[in-house]
Design a protein around this ligand. Structure first.
Ligand SMILES: [Fe+2]
Length: 339
C-alpha cells in the first residue's frame, strides 16, 4: 500500500485522501520535497487568503494518481521536476491549458509548454562537477568530450532510468541525432568508475572520496551540500567545482521544475493565481537562496554561491522537445548498456 506525505505532518493512505483534504483549500500534488516550498506556499495563503494543502509523492505516482482519479481528483495543481515529467503529465491528459499574460510574459518561451499546459518556475543546470585537486578545467570542454577514452574510469553519473539523464540524452539527440547520442551513452558508460548507483549527491560524495574525477549532476545539489547542516557535506562541497560545458557551442542543458493546473480542477482561477505567484518577484527571489535553483524569470539575481560558479550560456532548445524525445532517449539508453 502506498503512503503519501501530506503537510503539515500528516501521513495517510491515499484511499482516504479525498475525504481528508479540505473542500476550501487549493490542493497541490507535488514531487518537490523542500521545506522552503511550504514557507513559500504559506506566503501565498497570507497574500490571497487561499489555503494550500500539499500532497507529496514522486512524479510517476502523482501522474498515475491523477489519471486514476479522473474528474474526482481533489488536486488543482501538479508540480514536478523536469520537463520530461511535465510532458508525460501533458500526454496523460491530466493538465489543462491556462491563459495568463503574467505567466507568458514572465517565463521565457522555451521554459513553458507551447500549449500552456505547464510552466517552468525554476531552472536546473545539468552539468559537470569535478575534483578541484585532480582536474584542471582546461581538460573539460563539452558533454560530447566525456565520451573520449581519456576519461576512462574517471566519470560518474546516476542510473539512466532517472528522468534527469533521460532529458540530458534527449538534448543530445536534439543536437547530434540518435546515432551519435547512442554512441555517446555507450562511451560515457564505458568511462564510468563504477556502475551507476545512488543520486546526484552520491556522485559528488564519491568524487570527493577520490572514486572518480568528474560527475554529471544538477548544480543545485552542490548548493544543497554547500548549505548542508552536516559538516561533512560542507567539506565535500569545498573540494568540488562546477564546469559549464559547450560554451563555444549550443550551451548547457537547462531543465525546469514546473507545474500546471489539473484538467479536473474545480478552482482553475485560484490555481492560475497560484502559478502566477510562483513567478512573482518575491517567489523567484527565494529559489536561489533556498534550493540553489536558478530563477526562471530573467533579471532575478543569482545567489552569491551561484555567482561564484561563473557565467554560462544555455542551450535554447524548447524543453517540450525533451518530452517528445523521451521515448527515444529511453530506447537508446537501453541499447547503450548504461543501466
Ligand atoms: Fe532533484
Amino acid at each position: 500500500m502506498k503512503f503519501f506525505r501530506i503537510t503539515p505532518a500528516v501521513c495517510l493512505c491515499l484511499t482516504f485522501l479525498p475525504l481528508l483534504l479540505s473542500a476550501e483549500a487549493l490542493v497541490v500534488y507535488s514531487h518537490r520535497h523542500y521545506p522552503s516550498d511550504d514557507l513559500l506556499f504559506a506566503k501565498f495563503t497570507e497574500q490571497t487568503g487561499i489555503a494550500v494543502q500539499v500532497v507529496k509523492a514522486n512524479a510517476g505516482e502523482l501522474i498515475e494518481r491523477l489519471r486514476a482519479e479522473g474528474e474526482n481528483t481533489p488536486a488543482d495543481i501538479l508540480i514536478t521536476a523536469d520537463a520530461g515529467n511535465l510532458a508525460l503529465a501533458k500526454a496523460a491528459g491530466v493538465l489543462r491549458p491556462v491563459q495568463s499574460e503574467i505567466l507568458t510574459e514572465a517565463i521565457p518561451e522555451n521554459y513553458r509548454d507551447p500549449d500552456n499546459t505547464w510552466f517552468g518556475f525554476t531552472l536546473r543546470a545539468r552539468v559537470m562537477i569535478y575534483a578541484k585537486d585532480r582536474v584542471s578545467p582546461d581538460e573539460l570542454s563539452t558533454y560530447e568530450d566525456l565520451a573520449d577514452p581519456k576519461w576512462r574510469g574517471r566519470l560518474l553519473s546516476r542510473s539512466s532510468s532517472h528522468i534527469y539523464n533521460q532529458s540530458l540524452l534527449a538534448s543530445l539527440i536534439a543536437a547530434n541525432g540518435e546515432a551519435a547520442a547512442l554512441e555517446w551513452a555507450r562511451a560515457v558508460r564505458r568511462n564510468m568508475a563504477r556502475p551507476p548507483q545512488g543520486n546526484d549527491r552520491d556522485q559528488m560524495r564519491a568524487v570527493a572520496r577520490g572514486l572518480a574525477d568528474v560527475a554529471i549532476v544538477n548544480t543545485y545539489y552542490l548548493g544543497l551540500l554547500h548549505h548542508s547542516p552536516d559538516a561533512r557535506d560542507r567539506e565535500i562541497a569545498k573540494q568540488l567545482r562546477v564546469f559549464f560545458p559547450n560554451q563555444e557551442g549550443r550551451g548547457i542543458h537547462m531543465n525546469v521544475s514546473g507545474g500546471g493546473v489539473t484538467r479536473a480542477s474545480s478552482r482553475p482561477e485560484q490555481a492560475r493565481q497560484f502559478l502566477e505567484f510562483l513567478v512573482s518577484e518575491e517567489a523567484q527571489n527565494t529559489f536561489p537562496l533556498t534550493t540553489s535553483e536558478f530563477p526562471v524569470v530573467p533579471g532575478i539575481p543569482f545567489s552569491d554561491l551561484q555567482q561564484s560558479w561563473g557565467e554560462f550560456t544555455v542551450d535554447p532548445l524548447n524543453l517540450g522537445t525533451l518530452g517528445e524525445l523521451n521515448p527515444s532517449a529511453v530506447r537508446l539508453f537501453n541499447r547503450s548498456g548504461w543501466e
